[in-house]
Design a protein around this ligand. Structure first.
Ligand SMILES: [Zn+2]
Length: 260
């Protein structure tokens, strides 16, 4: 039983691994190949018995369904990840994985093509994100530590990882929710690794957070409070565009709360 569920799990991970890297069109092609191809045309062409044909048909349908469901699942997860920047007001509530998504989305909005590598098992210094922009490659390590300071050993481990990847120290970015010790900072200066601490991270998130556009002219709106409650008001001269937030307290709270 255990081995069956393990192989199921392996199969699922293999499917998710494949469909997370391909386009919707490829998934459609794969689905067609699996169902009418493996499930129908191939057995007919090979003159299989009716029993074998039925079995192949069922298997083809199941695998086609698994592939398309897997792809859908990944689209939904990706959409939710994109919203983490708008939704998150307290970064400490995020799990380590969500923290990586958030940092990944931040770099995506700063114009990088981001790949979440999920290389968790390497003994020293993981690479969590792989970034490419205009032919330049950078790698990111994320440490969702809340209170422990990131020390010199972590920075050295990351420097070693960069070396093995054949990358200069300046290609490394170390991101933490916490802060870095003094020796860690001087090690980073010596190796060229860029450090992003809690404060830098929050500043960058504030900048990357999408401002609410004015419903009339699409200009940026500012957050304001009148006697009747919270509003977003357009700053364009002569425009009276606004949005009432009093019926949406969660949104108002998000504008009010600065992540710390
Ligand atoms: Zn306006």
């Amino acid at each position: 039983m255990a081995s069956v569920s393990k192989s199921d799990d392996l199969f699922e991970r293999a499917v998710l691994g494949v469909v997370s890297r391909v386009s919707g069109r490829t998934v459609a092609g794969l689905t067609l190949l699996l169902y009418p191809g493996v499930g129908l045309i191939l057995p007919l062409a090979l003159h299989w018995s009716v029993t074998a044909l039925v079995a192949a048909n069922v298997l083809g349908a199941v695998y086609a369904a698994v592939v398309s469901m897997g792809w859908l699942f990944i689209q939904v997860v990706a959409r939710d990840r994109r919203h983490l920047i708008e939704w998150t007001t307290n970064l400490r509530l995020l799990s380590a994985e969500e923290f990586e998504w958030l940092v990944g989305e931040l770099f995506r909005r700063e114009g990088w093509k981001v790949e979440e590598t999920g290389r968790q098992e390497s003994p020293d210094g993981n690479i969590d994100l792989d970034l490419v922009r205009a032919g330049e490659r950078k790698v990111v390590q994320c440490k969702r530590w809340g209170s422990w300071l990131v020390g010199v050993d972590e920075v050295r481990g990351f420097a070693g990882t960069l070396l093995r990847e054949g990358l200069p120290g300046s290609a490394g970015i170390f991101v933490t929710l916490s802060d870095f010790t003094k020796p860690a900072r001087s090690e980073a200066r010596a190796t060229g690794i860029a450090l992003v601490d809690n404060r830098d991270l929050n500043d960058r998130i504030e900048k990357a957070r999408r401002a609410e556009p004015c419903p009339v002219c699409q200009a940026a709106m500012v957050f304001d409070r009148s006697a009747r409650g919270w509003w977003l008001r357009c700053i364009a001269p002569g425009c009276s565009g606004k949005r009432d937030l009093s019926g949406d307290p969660g949104r108002a709270v998000e504008f009010l709360t600065r992540p710390r």
